[in-house]
Design a protein around this ligand. Structure first.
Ligand SMILES: Nc1nc2c(ncn2[C@@H]2O[C@H](COP(=O)(O)OP(=O)(O)OP(=O)(O)O)[C@@H](O)[C@H]2O)c(=O)[nH]1
Ligand SMILES: [Mg+2]
Length: 298
């Protein structure tokens, strides 16, 4: 499946909602309200939904306008909103590029590391995976499985060992090695666990001791299925540790794909990529145009 089609099928649940709203007549208060409601259900955020519905009303579509015309109009508007937040995972890489992956339990951190590692490998850049989720033995096994599958190196420690210490060792190994990118997996943590947030701060400090400018990217992994609750997660992680951007996972299993729009507009946070399935190849760099068009099934 081509890139565009993957995003389209990932966003089809969201697109269906919007299409249904537009399928009736093309003017009047009911029409604009239906559009606003569909956009709110897709989680683009109340403010954006209202603005977009208003701009549709202002555009005064003639009765001859097709559903396709309206969808194209909305997609163009959303593309403009999203464009400033397209962020390239491969822009201005350091050697090695140190990437720290953080987020709430089960959001897709470990899976996303496998996906990112695969993308780097495909560019002939060698990754080192760091299994710094020392809370669960299964977490190390999970990342080891992917390392094996992808044929890349992994640094592991003992269950229950200090994550920051393990990362320190891994980075020393990276300094001696031939790695282009170091991908650090961390334990899932709820945004309200202050002790775990402090651990992340410690991890950042330790990384900075070996590579003063690192982590070069701290990426927050968000689960699109979570809907509105992702806002709290962005707020907390942004406040507690510096976040350079997000990767939104599980777009394939939700009708709330519009949350990307709300997140960018509210927090001005860049998007590196989106996850569209469970396999290592199920990731796509974030493209405002592709995303906006898929959101309206174009
Ligand atoms: N459908 C779908 N499933 C995904 C995606 N990304 C991850 N998953 C699944 O979500 C579940 C959790 O993924 P993990 O990568 O283990 O999440 P995690 O953040 O590392 O979880 P913890 O380490 O427990 O905090 C797994 O079953 C993954 O296969 C995605 O883009 N789409
Ligand atoms: Mg994990």
């Amino acid at each position: 499946m081509g890139i565009l089609n993957t995003i389209k099928s990932a966003l089809s649940k969201t697109a269906n909602k919007v299409s249904t709203a537009i399928s009736g007549k093309k003017s009047g208060i009911e029409f604009t309200e239906a559009i606003e409601e569909a956009l709110i259900t897709a989680d683009v955020g109340a403010t954006t939904a209202q603005q977009l519905a208003e701009s549709v009303a202002k555009a005064k579509f003639p009765t001859s306008a097709t559903e396709h015309d309206v969808r194209t109009f909305l997609a163009d508007k959303i593309e403009t909103l999203l464009a400033p937040y397209e962020e390239d995972l491969f822009a201005s890489l350091h050697r090695p590029e140190i990437i720290l992956i953080v987020g709430v339990n089960g959001n897709g951190k470990t899976t996303t590391i496998a996906k990112i590692a695969k993308m780097f490998k495909e560019r002939d850049l060698e990754p080192l995976l760091v299994a710094a989720d020392t809370f669960r033995a299964a977490a190390v096994a999970q990342l080891s499985h992917w390392a094996n599958e992808l044929g890349v190196d992994i640094h592991t420690g003992n269950e229950g060992s200090d994550a920051a210490g393990l990362i320190y060792d891994a980075l020393q190994k990276a300094q001696r090695g031939r790695y282009d990118v170091v991908l650090i997996d961390t334990a899932g943590r709820m945004q309200n666990r202050i002790d775990l947030m402090d651990e992340l701060k410690k991890i950042r400090r330790v990384i900075g001791k070996i590579y003063p400018e690192a982590p070069h990217k701290s990426i927050l992994i968000l689960d699109a299925v979570t809907g509105q609750a992702v806002h709290k997660q962005v707020e907390t992680f942004q406040r507690e540790i510096k976040i350079d951007g997000i990767i939104l996972t599980k777009l394939d299993s939700t009708a709330k794909g519009g949350s990307v729009v709300a997140l960018t507009q509210q927090y001005r946070i860049p998007i590196f990529a989106v996850g569209v399935g469970e396999a290592p190849e199920d990731i796509r760099p974030f493209s405002a145009r592709e995303f906006a068009r898929a959101l309206f099934d174009l």
